[in-house]
Design a protein around this ligand. Structure first.
Ligand SMILES: O=c1ccn([C@@H]2O[C@H](COP(=O)(O)O)[C@@H](O)[C@H]2O)c(=O)[nH]1
Length: 275
């Protein structure tokens, strides 16, 4: 398969620079006139597929909201991933997995192997058991043409306690994560397949100049981040940035027309990323 980084660059060019989240919060299910149950989850997901599948470059199901419904919720997630893929969107499973290497291997197979029912184009991972513990996911992604987004500097205020701490050579923990991801992209042609997560809510981003990979920026809209924040944090790396918006688009549902209009307005607001 063509490497994820190249497929992502192509999708952003064709569909615009946006990742839309599928985050079926109980409050959103209710606001959409749906039950907070598996039927509601199913309908919510179907409407999202219809609204985003053929229009948005990257769709990011938040795995937690599906897991909350147990095995039936995971079955909905499987169908949602397959339908988004069929519609032509890249699927980023926001699972934030991270564990010792031998367990990481199982997480990697779940999200990144060709035969898995939950296979996605990319998955989010947490490096806080040590970046090296992510090797099974990074290796499998490289082998199957898939991608990995590593949490570096997250959008929540609590993240700074860990991520701005300094290591012995003076770099922040977030910077170490970015630099380790960069090393994984060293041989990439064009955009690499190992991305990082940098919150749009931050005052300052780590140095992204050596990354050569995608930068997912969640935190736009409901968490207070703006398009101007994305521009400021992206610096010279506009073409590598993929802003994520979830609730600020989803609040326009359940109308597919309204959801698509919200996407179009949001993409318009990020037009500067394509220049
Ligand atoms: O640093 C991070 C990493 C991931 N997220 C996820 O992105 C979406 C944001 O949702 P909004 O409704 O647009 O706030 C959500 O799934 C988070 O788990 C993040 O916000 N920050």
């Amino acid at each position: 398969m063509t490497p994820f980084g190249q497929r992502l660059a192509d999708a952003l060019d064709r569909r615009g620079p946006l990742c839309v989240g599928i985050d079926p919060h109980p409050g959103l299910l209710t606001a959409w006139g749906l039950g907070v149950d598996v039927d509601g989850l199913t309908r919510f997901s179907e409407l999202c597929v219809e609204a985003f599948g053929t229009t948005v470059a990257v769709v990011k199901p938040q795995v937690a909201f599906f897991e909350a419904f147990g095995s039936a919720g995971l079955a909905v997630l499987e169908r949602t991933i397959a339908a988004l893929t069929e519609a032509g969107a890249l699927v980023l499973a926001d699972a934030k997995r991270g564990d010792i290497g031998s367990t990481m291997d199982a997480y990697a197979r779940t999200w990144l192997s060709d035969g898995s029912p939950l296979r996605s184009d990319a998955v989010t991972v947490s490096p806080y058991l040590g970046f090296g513990s992510l090797a099974p996911a990074l290796d499998l992604a490289a082998g199957t043409g898939r991608g990995v987004f590593v949490l570096a500097a997250t959008s929540n205020p609590e993240g700074a306690q860990v991520q701005t701490a300094r290591v012995a050579d003076g770099r922040s923990v977030a910077q170490v994560v970015v630099d380790e991801a960069a090393a994984r992209n060293a041989d990439a042609v064009g955009l690499g397949s190992v991305g990082v997560v940098v919150g749009a809510t931050l005052a300052e981003a780590p140095d992204l100049s050596g990354l050569h990979g995608p930068i997912l920026m969640p935190g736009v809209g409901a968490q207070g981040g703006t398009a101007e924040d994305v521009r400021r944090l992206a610096g010279d790396h506009l073409r590598a940035v993929v802003p994520n918006v979830s609730r600020d688009v989803l609040r326009h549902g359940p109308s597919v027309t309204e959801l698509r209009a919200a996407v179009a307005r949001t993409v318009e607001g990020f037009a500067f990323l394509q220049n």
